[in-house]
Design a protein around this ligand. Structure first.
Ligand code: AMP
Length: 407
């Protein structure tokens, strides 16, 4: 199956050719025909599967046919997504895929001054990508109306709930016209997510892309048993020995991420941290430096890493193992994207062994244990460390609404 056979039009096919996409990914193959028929969609898929193109391409195609260039532009398509990085990344994709159309697109997110965003809105926008807080702010100030929305996408719904955006989302939904096409994406389908999807979607078609299909098979995975105190030495050694161009290191906490960067720096390795305590500018700068190859190692927390879209990420290192097994799949999905293969290395200390067991159960694979390294820790398993607040994951509907990611 190629993109033409999916029913996409020539200006989009040309853009995909420029992007170098040869074949649709499984989610694109399944979702695009459904969406071109203007049906609602419930998609269970994570970032890294090609889902952004799966939902933006059909919307671009609809808008291309409908938008009257002589009329004042109204926002007709809206994507809401939890983080600034994701919002930027989606809009970047829209810009690339719509380059041969006359569509106007914009992205809005918090943490920066609103002037540039409102100026762009005033010029007229067809396709808007937004984070929930800034969207509501600008609606409140009269810069945006949702009255003309025909296409609505809620992206990364599970992350939205985790970040306490549920009330914001409900406020947005209330303002949408009932006659619209709605798309809902989530990596997981916990009961709270399903409930939310029912409030947004009519009778949706469903598409499920299992993470195993997209990552585990393509990513070479291994684990190093190592004492907590030796992790930093092992990390420096691995990065130096492997001499990879770009690696993403995951830390469970913001403080941990900063510490790792400091130590790598001392070891002469150029690294930057990316997490919610960094300003938007610092995050964008770090990401650009990384993409340009000026920085070889990016150390990120899970939420901040969601939006990192780097074509050739060679290596993912789990400096800390996540205490939620699905997060492991999200993390290793950062490498081995689309057609590339990748490598994922995990560090596991005595307290993290139970997390490792949960991960292996989820992915139905036993990770290869690397035994020939200098810092092997063969102590018996210890019970996991007590969870801190920011490690707890389950959505708490009563939690205070926070508009800025805290991690
Ligand atoms: P996403 O899951 O939307 O974040 O996409 C993951 C990555 O795959 C992005 O870097 C896309 O540019 C890339 N991508 C999406 N679709 C394709 C395709 N059909 N062929 C090659 N790369 C793709």
């Amino acid at each position: 199956m190629n993109f033409k056979e999916l029913g996409l039009i020539e200006p989009i096919l040309r853009a995909l050719d420029t992007q170098g996409y040869k074949q649709p990914t499984p989610i694109q193959e399944q979702a695009i025909p459904i969406l071109l028929q203007k049906k609602d969609l419930l998609g269970c898929a994570q970032t890294g599967t090609g889902k952004t193109a799966a939902f933006t391409l059909p919307i671009i195609q609809h808008l291309h046919a409908e938008v009257d260039q002589n009329q004042k532009r109204q926002v007709k398509a809206l994507v809401i997504t939890p983080t600034r990085e994701l919002a930027l990344q989606i809009e970047e994709n829209v810009a690339a895929y719509a380059r041969h159309t006359k569509l106007r697109h914009a992205v809005i997110f918090g943490g920066v001054k609103q002037g540039a965003q409102t100026r762009r809105l005033a010029q007229g926008v067809d396709f808007l990508v937004a984070t929930p807080g800034r969207l509501l702010d600008l609606i409140g100030q009269g810069f945006i109306t949702l009255k003309h929305i025909k296409y609505f996408v809620l992206d990364e719904a599970d992350q939205m709930l985790d970040m306490g955006f549920i009330h914001d989302i409900k406020k947005v939904i209330k303002q949408l016209p009932t006659n619209r096409q709605s798309l809902f994406f989530s990596a997981t389908m916990a009961p709270a997510i399903v409930k939310l999807s029912q409030q947004i979607l009519g009778k949706p078609e469903r598409v499920t892309i299992k993470p195993e299909q997209t990552t585990a098979e393509k990513v070479e995975q291994s684990v190093y048993m190592v004492a907590k105190a030796d992790k930093i030495k092992l990390l420096s050694q691995l990065i130096k020995n492997k001499s990879v161009d770009s690696s993403l290191v995951f830390s469970r906490t913001k403080h941990g991420a900063n510490k790792v960067v400091k130590k790598l720096d001392q070891a002469g390795i150029k690294a930057e941290a990316i997490h919610g305590n960094k300003s938007q500018n610092a995050r964008v700068k770090a990401l650009e430096g990384f993409k340009a190859g000026k920085i070889n190692v990016l150390v990120a927390t899970d939420i901040a890493a969601r939006g990192i879209d780097v074509e050739e990420l060679d290596l993912v290192i789990n400096y800390d193992l996540p205490n939620v097994a699905e997060t492991y799949v999200h993390r290793i999905g950062r490498t081995g994207r689309a057609n590339a293969s990748g490598e994922a290395i995990s560090f596991c200390d005595a307290e993290e062994r139970s997390y490792l067991k949960q991960i292996e159960k989820l992915i139905n694979t036993q990770l290869r244990v690397v035994k020939d390294h200098q810092f092997v820790d063969s102590r018996p398993d210890l019970p996991p460390a007590k969870k801190t607040n920011n490690q707890r994951r389950s959505p708490k509907p009563k939690r205070k609404v926070s508009r800025k990611p805290s991690n």
